[in-house]
Design a protein around this ligand. Structure first.
Ligand code: GYE
Length: 306
């Protein structure tokens, strides 16, 4: 529709919006569900999607964004693997007058005009909700409760924020102690390897707080191999609530999950249309989420979509 004052750019003809999307990678069940959501929603919305998988490397994401700029896409969206180091490439997009949408993860750029909006979860809250469950669960504990923490990708918004939310919430309870904390990079293999080390180094572990389901699922193998019963000897708290995590919770191997929804596709397409049309959008759009116990996981599982 060249006569409606449409923005310039785009490579798919007159009225199809072209969206360049730089995905973090395929590190977890959450990420796979997120990718599916974005792809399906683009088709549904009639948006041409240029999809790039950065394999969890910032340099790949920067390269992808530069390619999108060169191809003159209409809108760029990306899920930044880490929080820092984006100012230069975001400035390039701005100079090319291509609006940018942050999905899922935030950047720490001081200049908020470098992107139009940030669509995603409140990760600090997820950490806090995880801690609040634990505080309630252990309120009658007499001795120290030893916690080990599997952090997400170092420098990523969800790892930074979940750690922060959890630590702040347990701070007033001297009983609750994080005795070891390390990154498992949001992957099953990482969760398993780091949990093996934790178990070797610490004879008494009461609780595992894993920043996502996948690391918790990897840790299950290490815990079982060490002759301990997950969900009983070691209580397990995770974040995401993807299918395999929910199954582990329903089976009594996990104890609590704070949900983080990967189904951002439809909202992202809606935002892409709006920013492309030059409409104002809210600077921050938060995903709605809940939490699950073993009982509520059993109830929710049959109708879970991912
Ligand atoms: O929790 C984790 C994934 O950024 C919210 O990334 C996302 C996180 C999610 O690898 O499983």
């Amino acid at each position: 529709n060249s006569d409606t004052g449409d923005n310039a750019g785009g490579t798919a003809g007159d009225d199809k919006i072209v969206l360049g999307f730089s995905q973090v990678g395929a590190e977890s069940g959450w990420r796979t569900a997120n990718t599916t959501s974005v792809k399906e929603a683009a088709t549904e919305a009639g948006i041409e999607l240029k999809f790039d998988d950065a394999q969890q490397k910032q340099e790949n994401q920067i390269r992808a964004i530069r390619n999108f700029i060169q191809q003159k896409v209409d809108v760029i969206a990306f899920s930044p693997v880490v929080e820092s180091g984006w100012d230069t490439v975001l400035k390039e997009a701005k100079d090319a007058q291509i609006p940018v949408i942050l999905t899922d993860r935030a950047v720490d750029s001081a200049d908020k005009t470098l992107y139009k909006t940030f669509l995603g979860s409140d990760f600090v809250k997820e950490g806090r909700l995880s801690a609040e469950w634990l505080i309630e669960e252990t309120k009658s504990a007499t001795g120290p409760v030893n916690i080990v923490e599997l952090q997400g990708t170092t420098g990523s918004a969800p790892a930074n924020d979940r750690k922060k939310g959890f630590a702040e919430a347990i701070a007033a309870n001297p009983n609750l102690k994080i005795i070891a904390s390390q990154s498992g990079d949001f992957t099953r293999a990482g969760g398993k390897a780091v949990m093996e080390q934790f178990l070797k180094a610490n004879p008494k572990i009461d609780v595992l707080f894993a920043h996502n389901d996948d690391m918790g699922l990897g840790a299950l193998e290490a815990i079982t191999a060490a002759g301990k019963v997950p969900g009983k000897d070691i209580k397990i708290i995770t974040i995401d609530a993807v299918k395999d995590g929910m199954q582990a919770l329903a089976d009594g191997k996990f104890n609590f999950i704070a949900e983080c929804s990967p189904l951002l596709g439809p909202q992202l397409m809606d935002l892409a249309k709006k920013v492309h049309a030059g409409e104002e959008v809210p600077a921050r759009i938060e995903t709605e989420e809940t939490t699950f116990t073993q009982q509520t996981a059993k109830e929710a599982l049959p109708t879970r979509k991912y």
